[in-house]
Design a protein around this ligand. Structure first.
Ligand code: HPA
Length: 514
């Protein structure tokens, strides 16, 4: 193993040994934006200079510590203070913390910075959602030997700022009546501010804001497969026009506080709404239910997908879910509104199925169905893939349709499960579709619709878990009727169970408990 990976593992292990928080979302706080930390229920913090292998920040206004805790119910990790290229660090050091955040399990990262407004319409105090960036730093964060264990040699940057997270941020800003700008962030090395001619140049080539950070971290985050959301606090007019005023770091910090108020509210609400895999690893679930079998309710999707289900049966399903505290109800789209009303004041999710049960409708229909279901109140979406296309090895179609549904789902703060219908697939096809689902950004892979004979098989669950690794969900469904069979699925790697005999399973669990 390289020295770099050794140091990375040392940093990761140091933190893992000192906190039980496993972060889902990472946040980088830029100049003057430290106030977000006041909103966090802090569980642990680590000054950078105490973490083995970690570089130390020197610039004024940057505390330089990692903070772990809960914000809006989510486990988060915050980099309070970042490293800048102008401080003299090599890029490999600047992006080191991002790799630690990724190694700690954060799959999404929210990056913030202070920036000058190149766009003539921007005012100091504005918040800009970053849609894309221009690297004008004169170097790239990934230059040097590639660590294949971290990411690919030539990472794609087409969706450097995740479209679904951007859409989610825009939806939330609208809902909370926060006006935000959107634009392209241009990064320069600094530390001198730009000349007027440089600023006009940066605007002409497509920049809306200019700053001295963010691009290296976003590049490294994309390299590591993280999903990125970025915001700039516009601190000064940087138009390079004849009325251009001189710049000062003090003024930048002062205006960062102003924009920071709005930004903190926005980031908090986005974190609250972000879909995260709030599930336990299956080993932990087994431990929990060995101790207290009733806890299994928390991972059960209480399911009724029969075509002849009546509203009355759906009401009963919801009541049972409230009584036993199941994770969700899983029902046909036609019943979503009704269930959402009954479950409105509970934590129980309303799950529904898309392209059900055959999967053989075009992607546009799946997206339309998804949007309607979410508008009706669905908070989890289980979509059936185009099984024929997978068999024809049309992987780009399968990945594309999953990605379209994932975008529609994530931009509305909802989780996406991909039903692969393992009973119809060869092992090679199961592996291929699991990889496609992971690449397309889905949250779970799910074995079956329950409409094909066979249902969930232990070997399938194990293969799916092995393929997707620890940071995706695996849902076993179809034919699971007893506590014993549910346990076997969890042992094989499942962390969600879909079943219509949930109540019977709970009766067993209670008996086992007594
Ligand atoms: N230029 C570069 N970085 C900045 C600026 C700017 O005008 N404002 C805040 N950070």
């Amino acid at each position: 193993m390289s020295d770099y990976l050794d140091r990375l593992n040392a940093s990761r292990d140091y933190i893992l040994a000192r906190t039980s928080i496993r972060p889902q979302i990472a946040v980088i706080l830029g100049s003057g934006l430290g106030g977000l930390v006041d909103e966090i229920e802090v569980e642990a913090f680590f000054p950078y200079n105490e973490i083995p292998g970690f570089p130390i920040s020197t610039v004024e206004g940057h505390a330089g510590r990692l903070v772990l805790g809960k914000l809006a119910g989510k486990n988060i990790i915050v980099m309070q203070g970042r490293l800048h290229y102008y401080e003299g660090y090599p890029m490999s050091k600047i992006v080191f913390p991002i790799r630690v955040l990724s190694a700690l399990g954060a799959r999404s990262i929210i990056v913030t910075n202070a920036a000058g407004g190149l766009n003539l319409n921007f005012e100091p105090g504005d918040v800009m959602l970053i849609t894309d960036h221009i690297n004008a730093m004169g170097t790239n964060a990934l230059i040097g030997p590639n660590e294949a264990d971290i990411g690919p040699r030539f990472p794609d940057m087409t969706f450097a700022y995740a479209p679904d997270l951007r859409a989610l941020a825009l939806n939330i800003a609208k809902r909370e009546h926060l006006s935000i700008q959107q634009g392209v962030y241009a990064a320069v090395s600094g530390p001198s501010f730009e000349t007027p001619a440089e600023r006009r140049y940066l605007r002409i080539i497509g920049g809306d804001a200019v700053g001295m950070s963010t691009v290296p971290e976003v590049t490294a985050a994309n390299h590591a497969g993280m999903r990125v959301l970025g915001f700039s606090a516009i601190t000064n007019k940087a138009t390079g026009e004849p009325d251009q005023q001189p710049d000062s770091h003090e003024e930048v910090l002062a205006m960062a506080q102003v924009a920071g108020q709005k930004l903190i509210q926005l980031v908090r609400s986005v974190i609250e709404a972000m879909p995260t895999l709030d599930y336990m690893p299956s080993e932990q679930i087994i431990e929990l239910i060995d101790e207290d079998p009733i806890q299994i309710a928390g991972i059960i999707d209480h399911t009724l997908l029969k075509p002849d289900a009546t509203s009355q049966q759906i009401s009963q399903l919801c009541q049972e879910s409230l009584e036993h505290k199941f994770a969700s109800v899983c029902i046909n789209p036609i019943h979503v509104k009704h269930a959402a009303k009954i479950l409105a004041d509970s934590n129980i999710k309303v799950g529904t199925v898309i392209g059900f049960p055959l999967g053989a409708v075009v992607a546009e229909d799946k997206v339309r169905e998804t949007e309607q279901a979410i508008a009706d109140g669905a908070t989890e979406i289980d979509m059936v893939i185009n099984i024929g296309a997978l068999k024809e090895k049309n992987d780009s179609l399968v990945e594309g349709e999953i990605a379209s549904v994932v975008r529609a789902v994530h931009s509305r703060g909802v989780l996406c499960k991909v039903i692969i219908e393992a009973g119809l697939l060869t092992d090679d096809e199961k592996v291929r579709v699991c990889r496609l689902a992971k690449k397309a950004g889905a949250d779970f892979v799910k074995t079956s619709t329950g409409f094909v004979s066979g249902g969930a098989q232990i070997e399938d669950v194990a293969l799916m878990r092995q393929t997707v690794g620890p940071d995706m969900g695996v849902k076993a469904s179809g034919g699971i009727r007893t506590l014993e069979s549910a346990r076997k699925m969890i042992k094989a790697g499942a962390n969600r169970i879909g079943t219509s005999t949930s109540v019977e399973i709970m009766v067993e669990a209670k008996e086992e408990n007594s």
